[in-house]
Each structure stands twice: as structure tokens, then as C-alpha cells.
Ligand binder design. Structure first.
Ligand code: DP6
Length: 327
């Protein structure tokens, strides 16, 4: 029998225009449009093999067995589409902190969707892969693709088809993203729970959904123009407004640590000193600084000196998910 096995690599992405909150009327449809950049410099590598003799799906993360959690949605759909009735062994490795706001679920589900569908012999289109990943985790739809990527809000009729699309290839714009890592452990409140809580209790959620489409349009135009000076302030506002909606929930949802605030202050000082530097923050305490290749070394040096920043990671726009040789 042919081996039903494949290995895929995917990168995390950082949203320049944030997604936060789901539509009430569909399966994992975002409430706001988002635009991200896929980041080479961090990667998830996932091997999927459908095997005889397994009584359930098995998942290991960085060589440790963990509960399969949300992988069942993707594996179940791949089984349905391919007619394969076997359970799968899934081995996933991240070369960056897991579940701490470094978008590990995005690269994980993108790599899983590709590896599982390839192992099962399904030749899914990029759009079908992105939609498959989105049904499990919205941001992972964007990591299927490389470069600058958008995800529209779609309509309830697109519940099973809504997919991310490329806005521009990785080399389109001179952008570097320097990650200031401020914690190594997992975050306390995952994004799905955090946004549910925000939607349910924050008086600022409506203000966020009113603001987000305009910021998205501004960010999209700045990306297409390759204009970081226009992109930076809009991306920083998107992140801060998203966090403001979460902070105003009841009880308030604060993903930030002291290190996050120190890094934000350092980014402001960098700008005052003439560097290209704007901050963005996902559902975790890390600060990611948008800059140019020319300023990246100095931004990294200053970010690393901010109190509470444990280390930095240098990233640049990268490719989408792809099949690689099994490790
Ligand atoms: C702050 O995609 O992890 O990173 O769809 O519930 O899995 P689920 O949430 P997820 O949320 C990501 C939120 C964010 C912003 C973004 O990536 O757009």
C-alpha cells in the first residue's frame, strides 16, 4: 500500500490590519476584514500519516504528546473528501514560542491542512486549502499564502468557501518585522476565547468593528503603494484599537505585560530618533516592530535593550505553505 504520509512547512503571519471577533451567523467567519504578511524566519513543520491500527488521531507538538484539540476538524474533512477511513498520526514542530501570541495556530493549521490533504492524495487548490484552514482558525487561512495576504469578511453563503487572497508577493515591499519576545510560556487566554469574551461583554467591540474596515482599506492601499510611512501608523492603530476593545471587556482582557509597554515606549523613542518603526501586537505580550531593511539592525539593537524583552527574532515577508521532504 502507498504511504499516506506528507510533510508541510508553513510560516506564521502577522496581521497589519487585525481580525478580532467572528460573525454571529456563520462557521468561523471573521467580523472584520484583515490583511497580513506571512513571515519567513519562524516556521511550523508538520508531518501527517494516515495509519492502519490507530484508534484515534494522535498529535505531538515539539515531540510531546498533546490532546488533538482542533485538528479533528481538518482531519475529518480530509477523510470525508478522500474517502480514507484511517486515523492519523500528526507530528508538529515550531521553532518559536507556542501559543503565546506568535501566531503559532496560524502556521500550525496551515501546515496541517496542506500535509493532511497531500497525504490523502487530494490535490486541493490554494483557495480550497485556505478555506479548509479558516474553518478551524481564521488567521491560518492567511498563512496558506505567501507575501501580503487579505481575508474579506465574506457572507454566510461563503461559510465553506471563504478563502484568503494574495495582495502582493513577498518581495513587493521593503519590510522587516522584528519580534520582541517578552515571554516564553503559553498565553492565559487563547484568541478564540478572548474574542468571544470581547464580543459578549465589551462596549467597545462595536466601535472596533466600525473602525476596522476603514483601517483595512488604508492599510491595503499603503501596501499596494509600498509606502511604509503610511502603513505603519494605520497598522499600529489597528493593533491598539483591537486591544482597546479587549481591555474594555468585563472582566478586562489584558494580553500585555510590563515588557509589552516598555517595548511600545522604545518604538516611540525610535521614531523620535528618526527610525522607521511602528508596533503591532497580537493576542499575547510580544511586540512586533515594522521597519525597513536599512533600519532593521538598529531597531533590533534598541528593541533588545527594552526592559522585559527577552530576545528578538528577525523576520521578513516569506512564502506560503509548501510540501517538503519528510524530516
Ligand atoms: C490577534 O485566528 O487565532 O492574531 O479564528 O478563533 O482561531 P480563531 O482565532 P485566531 O485569531 C487571531 C487574532 C489576532 C489577529 C489576526 O491575526 O488577525
Amino acid at each position: 500500500m502507498t504511504q499516506l504520509r506528507a510533510t508541510a512547512v508553513a510560516h506564521p503571519n502577522i496581521a497589519l490590519a487585525k481580525y478580532w471577533g467572528k460573525r454571529p451567523d456563520g462557521h468561523n467567519l471573521p467580523a472584520v476584514p484583515s490583511l497580513s504578511v506571512t513571515l519567513a524566519g519562524m516556521a511550523t513543520t508538520t508531518t501527517v500519516s494516515f495509519e492502519e491500527g490507530l484508534g484515534a488521531d494522535h498529535l505531538s507538538l515539539n515531540d510531546k504528546p498533546v490532546a488533538p484539540g482542533r485538528i479533528g476538524t481538518i482531519l475529518g474533512e480530509v477523510r470525508r473528501l478522500s474517502g480514507i477511513a484511517l486515523y492519523a498520526r500528526v507530528e508538529s514542530r515550531n521553532d518559536f514560542p507556542t501559543a503565546s501570541g506568535l501566531a503559532s495556530s496560524a502556521s500550525a493549521f496551515a501546515a496541517l491542512a496542506l500535509a493532511a490533504s497531500h497525504a490523502a492524495g487530494l490535490g486541493l487548490s490554494t483557495a480550497a486549502l485556505s478555506s479548509l484552514a479558516r474553518r478551524t482558525s481564521v488567521s491560518s487561512a492567511r498563512s496558506v499564502l505567501g507575501g501580503f495576504v487579505e481575508l474579506r469578511v465574506g457572507s454566510p453563503a461563503e461559510e465553506f468557501t471563504l478563502a484568503a487572497e494574495v495582495v502582493a508577493p513577498p518581495e513587493h515591499m521593503d519590510l522587516r518585522v522584528i519580534v520582541g519576545v517578552t515571554a516564553e510560556g503559553p498565553k492565559e487566554v487563547g484568541s478564540s476565547d478572548g474574542m468571544r469574551h470581547t464580543v459578549a461583554t465589551s462596549p467597545y467591540f462595536e466601535a472596533w468593528t466600525a473602525l476596522a474596515p476603514g483601517l483595512f482599506a488604508e492599510i491595503r492601499a499603503a501596501v499596494l503603494a509600498g509606502d511604509l510611512a503610511a502603513l505603519g501608523p494605520a497598522a499600529e492603530q489597528s493593533a491598539l484599537a483591537m486591544h482597546a476593545s479587549a481591555i474594555a471587556a468585563r472582566p478586562g482582557l489584558i494580553y500585555w505585560s510590563g515588557g509589552t509597554l516598555e517595548a511600545l515606549a522604545a518604538v516611540r523613542r525610535m521614531r523620535e530618533g528618526g527610525l522607521a518603526a511602528w508596533a503591532t501586537i497580537d493576542a499575547g505580550p510580544h511586540v512586533k516592530v515594522l521597519t525597513t531593511s536599512a533600519d532593521a539592525a538598529e531597531v533590533t539593537r534598541r528593541l533588545a535593550k527594552a526592559p522585559g524583552v527577552l530576545r528578538t527574532i528577525h523576520t521578513a515577508p516569506g512564502e506560503g505553505a509548501r510540501i517538503v521532504e519528510a524530516p
